[in-house]
Design a protein around this ligand. Structure first.
Ligand code: CP
Length: 349
């Protein structure tokens, strides 16, 4: 029996509260935790580049007294020789006690959990989900605002491929009176299949203009326009400079608004914002170390199993999403649950 973290909704709101409280205790009393993972090994399988997620997970495991093995690019693993995700994870789960995995294809961590003997943590799967970034975001919101209910959250940038956005919307959909203001170019709006999952639980408006709405926001969650997700680079060139937050634009924002960003940033936040007390993004990245320590402890100790899927699962239909892990993993079983691909959540007719 083991728990995995693939989607932020795999954790209940009570568990998220416990993780945030544990992370604060670790932050204030690190000496209590220096040896609690002695003898444990974390596998870090990064098929896609990362600075914060990989290094904060590594720092987290080392700070708990554990060890880390793994790779930081697909090129330095046997995937470059044609090995599948399933075989790779099967092997690494024989060498480690917990696995953290980032992969460019949507749903790859679900393949991983099917072939693993140890807990799998999704560290970002393509443009789909990034639940541990959301834990980091929630810890930051809790610190700065003291609550999750009743917030108006502006989310700006690449809302189409932004996995941190999709996980944040899912997480916040479980709190009361949340209003989202989605700010993006038309081409980068939140995908309908993501809105369909949460639209009954959140209220939202969509706009292209930050200046019109900045005064209403408690949180402005900025994101990068992600070059690596575009198949049409001309479209990327046209959209990449759509937004730039400057100190001047912050003049119209609330005095206690938080400017958040999962990072890395490119040009969407001018460095002249960094010294403003509302800039929360470096604190947010720092929180990543402590909330990931709390998560590692929880999943290593948790001997329950994932919540079962409710409803009917069928095979025989094919997911046609080229960004889904089903498009490239050999031997994969296409599984459709309640009309959606279980790996990437796309509706299958
Ligand atoms: N926020 C985040 O996922 O950053 P990295 O890509 O550097 O891990």
């Amino acid at each position: 029996m083991r728990r995995n973290l693939i989607d932020i909704l795999d954790l209940s709101v009570e568990e998220i509260d416990e993780l945030c409280a544990k992370a604060e205790d670790i932050y204030h009393n690190p000496e209590k935790y220096t040896d609690v993972c002695h003898g444990k090994i974390m596998g870090a399988l990064f098929f896609e580049p990362s600075t914060r997620t990989r290094l904060s997970f590594t720092s987290a495991m080392m700070s708990l007294g554990g060890n880390v093995l793994g790779f930081s690019s697909a090129a330095s693993s046997s995937v470059s020789k044609g090995e599948t995700v399933s075989d790779t994870v099967r092997m690494v789960s024989a060498y480690s006690d917990i696995i953290v995995m980032r992969h460019p294809k949507e749903g790859a961590p679900i393949v991983a959990k099917m072939s693993s003997r140890v807990p799998i943590i999704n560290a970002g799967d393509g443009g789909h989900y990034h639940p541990t970034q959301t834990l980091t975001d929630l810890m930051t919101i809790r610190r700065r605002h003291g609550r999750f209910d009743g917030l108006t959250i502006g989310v700006l940038g690449d809302l189409k491929y932004g996995r941190t956005v999709h996980s944040l919307v899912g997480a916040m959909s479980r709190y009361k009176n949340i209003k989202f203001v989605f700010i993006s170019p038309d081409e980068l709006k939140v995908p309908q299949h993501i809105l369909n999952l949460y639209k009954e639980k959140i209220s939202y408006i969509e706009t292209e203009n930050l200046e019109d709405v900045i005064g209403d926001l408690d949180i402005l969650y900025m994101t990068r326009i992600q070059k690596e997700r575009f198949s049409d680079l001309l479209q990327y060139e046209r959209l990449k400079d759509s937004y730039e937050l400057t100190r001047e634009k912050l003049k119209n924002a609330k005095a206690d608004m938080s400017v958040m960003h999962p990072l890395p940033r490119v040009t969407e936040i001018n460095t002249d914002v960094d010294d403003d007390p509302r800039a929360a993004y470096f604190e947010e990245a720092e929180c990543g170390r402590y909330i990931r320590m709390a998560l590692i402890l929880k999943l290593l100790a948790d001997k329950t199993s994932d919540m079962p899927l409710e409803g009917e699962t069928v095979t025989g239909k094919i997911c046609g999403n080229p960004r889904c892990i089903t498009s490239c993993e050999r031997g994969i079983k296409h599984l459709i649950h309640n009309g959606r691909c279980i790996y990437c959540d796309r509706k299958i007719d």
